[in-house]
Structures are given as C-alpha cells and as structure tokens.
Design a protein around this ligand. Structure first.
Ligand code: AHR
Length: 338
C-alpha cells in the first residue's frame, strides 16, 4: 500500500513537471511572437557565426562575375558565415537544382543571381513553403513580390540610358550602331537594351543597324562582331554598344583583325568597368565604360542577417555606380578590384 501511494505520487509529480515545461515553452513562443513583426529580442538574434546561407551563382561567364563571386566568398569568410556555394555554369536547370538542394539542407537564407528573368515561380514557392527567404542578388526575377524578400543589385535600365547618353555625345547625335546584347532573357540584357533605346528615341539619326547576343562572353563577342563586320563592313559601322566589357574586348579583336581601329573608326561604349576595360581606355580602344558594381558580398550578408532576424528590409537595395572615361582611366585603374 505504502509503495502504491509513493508510485502514484511519482506519477503525479512527473505529470506536473511535464505540464509545467509545456507551459514554459509556450510562454517562450508567445514572447517571440509578441515582440512585434517577428523581430526577436536582441538576446535571441542570431549572429553571422550562426548564419547558414546557400548561394546559387549563375556562372563564371565574365570578369565581372569572377569579381562578384570573389566578393561573396571573401565576405562570408571574413564574417564567419557558413556559406554553401554553387556555380550553375550558365544553366538555369542547374541553378534551380542548387536552390532545391539548399532547401533540403534547411539553410537560413538563399541568395540567387537568376540567369534569366522567367521560370522561377515554382522553386521560389518551394523555398517559401519551407520558410526559407530568397534574396535576389545582381539580377531580378519576374515573380510575384511575395516570392522574394529583397533584390540587391544595379539599375540596369539606368546603365543602358547612361550608355545611350554617352553614345549620343560620341557620335554627335548621328550614326550607325551595332549592339552586342547580353544573355537573351536576362534582366541586364533586357533593361540595358531598353534604357539605351529610350535615349536614342530623341535622336532620329542614330540608328541601331544590328543586334545580336554575345551571351556576355569574350569569345561570343568576338564571333558576333566578326559577323557584323562581314555583313556591313567596318566603314558602315560607326559605333558598338556592348552590354558588357568582356564582349567589347572580344569585339576589339575582331575589329582589329578587319583592319579597323577600335575607339577611333568604331567607337565603343560598354558596361561593367572591369580592369581590362580601363586598360583598353588607356590604349584608346574603348571610349567609355558604365559601371555595374560587382562587389556585393558585404551588403548581401548584411541583408541576409537582417532577414534571418526578422528585420524589415527594403524591396530593392540599389548599388552605387559611376561612369568612366579614358581621361582618368590610368589614375583609377589601380583602385579597381575586378
Ligand atoms: O548581371 C550582371 C552582368 O552579368 C554583367 O554586366 C556581366 O558582365 C555579367 O555577366
């Protein structure tokens, strides 16, 4: 009898402990919810050392991209963030697969530079369903706003407009232009083309005689420029607008091989502001480069930490960018990181 009573007492005590711990844990949850917009208290916030980030890079197609990747890797290392990095080698399917792997690995945040604008809805929805925020870096995706948290990157439209304004000055409002486009369907190719045309609309004597994609690579830039020169002949082309410096550098080879002087016979405006474009400006072969900032690593992780801690962030964080000309290229070149 005595034993039975003590067994019951043990049972009741165990039940009481279980009930109490349940209450305590639900109080804990309440406290988090009550702290406004799901922002945890300072002592509950995670730090860089606890942050796990998956980054789906699109490829290694240009010097810009190499600089961008280095910036992401270096910032993660410096801040102590655990980074799972994948390079899709210019293939959307591979990029989607990488995002799915990050979802399965339950990372805190996924960063992605979408190779093209379309085709992301299902995989972004999967990330949302798994409670993992998506941060778009460098390029936007054409998806409903609730499928990503923020976009960190350039104003590609303005880059195109800047290139257009410079071209108008270089050609004095009159001339035949060939255009090397970036990857078909990518945000920078679409916006840079539109921005450029927006400016040219006011100049009826500025004509884009040919447009073709060089996929943001040197090799294709050279190949497509060869085609333009074969079709029109160098005397019929006054200028080249290249959506990135790598394609412009490829095109310079083709122009010289055809016996023309890049930067003089055929004016060149391109985008990115990579180190080699500065050298080409010093050599008189590129007339201007519009900056597209590749050094997004520190800003990306700052955003990722804020998002992981439930803090509000703007829907678009634009990067700071300038325009560079041959006049001060030699002075600026040593300061360029990519
Ligand atoms: O998305 C940014 C663009 O991608 C850069 O201008 C180009 O060089 C890169 O490949």
């Amino acid at each position: 009898m005595k034993n039975k009573v003590s067994a019951n007492t043990v049972l009741i005590t165990l039940w009481t402990i279980a009930l109490l711990s349940l209450l305590v844990s639900s109080c804990g949850t309440k406290k988090k919810e009550g702290s406004g917009n799901n922002v945890p208290h300072d002592d509950e916030k995670i730090t860089y050392n606890e942050l796990v980030v998956g980054y789906a890079q699109l490829g290694a197609e240009s010097d810009w991209r190499t600089g961008n990747t280095e910036s992401i890797l270096e910032a993660a290392e410096e801040l102590g963030v655990e980074l799972l990095f994948s390079n899709a080698q210019q293939n959307q399917e591979r990029q989607i697969k990488a995002i799915r792997t990050f979802i399965a690995q339950q990372v805190d945040i996924i960063g992605v530079a979408p190779i093209v604008e379309t085709g992301w809805e299902s995989v972004f929805q999967e990330a949302k369903d798994a409670g993992i925020p998506i941060i778009l870096v460098d390029r936007r995706a054409d998806v409903p706003e609730d499928l990503y948290t923020t976009y960190l990157g350039s104003d590609f439209l303005e880059e195109g407009r800047n290139a257009g304004r410079i071209m108008v000055d270089l050609l004095d409002g009159k001339g035949r232009i060939v255009e090397l486009e970036g990857t078909v369907g990518s945000a920078p190719a679409i916006d840079r083309a539109n921005g450029f045309r927006e400016v040219l609309e006011d100049y009826p004597e500025m004509e884009i005689i040919a447009t073709e994609s060089g996929d943001f690579t040197r090799a294709k830039g050279e190949e497509v420029m060869e085609g333009f020169l074969d079709t029109y002949g160098g005397n019929e082309i006054d200028a080249l607008f290249a959506h990135n410096d790598d394609m412009a550098i490829g095109a310079i080879k083709a122009i010289e091989a055809h016996g023309f002087r890049p930067g003089i016979d055929i004016k060149i405006v391109s985008i990115d502001a990579i180190r080699e474009a500065f050298q080409a400006m010093i050599d008189g072969k590129i007339n201007a480069t519009v900056e597209c900032n590749a050094l997004l690593g520190p800003q990306f992780f700052e955003l990722a930490l804020k998002v992981a801690n439930g803090e509000k962030v703007p829907k678009w964080v634009p990067s700071d960018e300038g325009v560079f000309f041959p006049e001060n290229a030699a002075e600026i070149l040593p300061t360029r990181k990519y």
